[in-house]
Design a protein. Structure first.
Length: 434
């Protein structure tokens, strides 16, 4: 299509390629808004410079201002200007970021109605459907886009994302690779391929693709977030997530991930700051409240932990993590019977997670109720025979009951199993057993 190679030079001597791509990098987010604002508002600032400012605003999370600036960019463009295609893409992307499907579809229709932009309109619609996680509808639009333009990059990226939703790793990987072949500098295809490869167990190759995405778009919140999640938990992961939140302060998922990494590293002050930011950005989701409660729990503020767990349960009554948080806090306060009810509720809500059973066993053992501790530990080890913490908890309960030989076997299985086991503590216990 003629839009695939469309380029304009920004007024004021700032050069920038502006394609019609939904996925093209913004080259600037929060860190560069001031300079782009100056160029866009200067007397020589034309529609391309204004569009660049609007794109950066969107990527920084300022959707309302981005829409206003896009309206100004459209007013500055001549009716036949090819920059209008890029402006329509940005209008649609802002609405997708806001999860407003109706407005996104309207922008996609306006895009597709422009001369020679039929493929872009269908590709845009495919991405809009993906916001609602409708892979079937998205693939129908992908097919229409590729029929109009067999090398439509945005359509191929949408096909890759639809494959992710459908859990079809082979098709997803193939689509992203095709998109990269057509546009090697396209960020979204590299990031999507990185995710697909990681899910397929190809870690090194997947990380290489994510790093390529960050290299192409070093200020992009999404590439930074994806790579930060992929290398977690690590100092590099925390640094990447911190950069993502600095570029988009409203990025709730990044704040949440950053807080979880800081908590796992024992940096409670930083974890709390990130968790509070996540709650401010998304107070209607369970995750931020649970994270803030976990930080409070680690800091010995048990009442605050219970408060956050209860806030999460008001949002989603059948939240296993929220029930587990309340149980852990009640156990720390010495309210064991109440804690056991919450542990059992958490286990009933999510039988894929052994943590409620393990924590219940540990809490009972700490309270000297080793018969109950043994029952929970046995259940955890039977349901999850490879999970080391389950065997460690059972070993503690058996020691409490004086069954040292059985405890030795349990501890040995804990050391050979998977999961976060305090190996030094288990080995000390083994050394003390007769």
């Amino acid at each position: 299509m003629r839009f695939a190679t469309f380029a304009v030079a920004l007024a004021g001597g700032v050069g920038l390629v502006l394609g019609a791509s939904l996925s093209s990098p913004a080259w600037a987010q929060e860190s560069q808004l001031d300079s782009l604002r100056v160029v866009a508002n200067s007397s020589s600032g034309g529609p391309a410079a204004t569009l660049a400012f609007a794109r950066a605003l969107r990527r920084a999370g300022h959707s309302a201002e981005a829409l206003a600036v896009l309206g100004r960019a459209k007013a500055l463009a001549s009716p036949e200007s090819e920059v209008l295609v890029s402006i329509d893409w940005e209008f649609a992307r802002v609405q997708m970021d806001r999860h407003d499907f109706a407005q996104a579809r309207a922008a996609c229709r306006a895009l597709g109605a422009r001369p020679g932009a039929s493929a872009e309109g269908h590709a845009c619609a495919a991405h809009a459907h993906l916001v609602r996680q409708r892979a079937t509808e998205a693939l129908a639009e992908v097919a229409a886009a590729l029929a109009a333009d067999p090398r439509c990059y945005e359509a191929k990226v949408a096909e890759g994302r639809a494959g992710e939703l459908a859990l079809d790793a082979t098709k997803s990987e193939a689509a992203f690779r095709a998109a990269i072949a057509w546009r090697p500098e396209g960020v979204d295809a590299h990031v999507g391929l990185g995710r697909a490869l990681l899910r397929a167990g190809k870690r090194e190759e997947g990380l290489a693709e994510l790093r390529r995405g960050v290299q192409l778009d070093p200020n992009g919140p999404e590439p930074l977030y994806e790579l930060g999640m992929a290398v977690a938990p690590s100092g590099e992961g925390a640094a990447l997530l911190e950069r993502a939140t600095s570029e988009r302060a409203s990025f709730a998922d990044a704040w949440l991930a950053l807080g979880a990494q800081e908590l796992s590293a024992g940096r409670l002050a930083k974890a709390r700051s990130a968790a509070e930011a996540a709650v401010r950005r998304d107070a209607t989701s369970v995750g931020p409240h649970v994270l803030l409660g976990k930080v409070a729990l680690s800091d010995g503020r048990y009442d605050e932990a219970i408060k956050e767990g209860e806030a999460a349960l008001k949002i989603l009554a059948n939240s296993a993590p929220a029930e587990l948080l309340v149980a852990d806090a009640d156990a720390k306060k010495g309210y064991l019977d109440r804690a056991l009810e919450a542990y059992q509720a958490a286990w009933g809500l999510d039988r894929s997670d052994p943590t409620p059973l393990v924590h219940a066993s540990e809490a009972c053992h700490a309270a000297g109720r080793d018969t109950s501790a043994r029952a929970f530990g046995t259940k955890a080890s039977q349901e999850f025979p490879e999970w080391g913490p389950a065997w460690a908890a059972l070993g503690d309960a058996l020691v409490g009951q004086g069954e040292n030989r059985a405890a030795r076997d349990a501890y040995a299985k804990a050391l050979s199993g998977s999961g976060p086991v305090d190996r030094e503590s288990v080995q000390k216990m083994l050394a003390t057993l007769p």
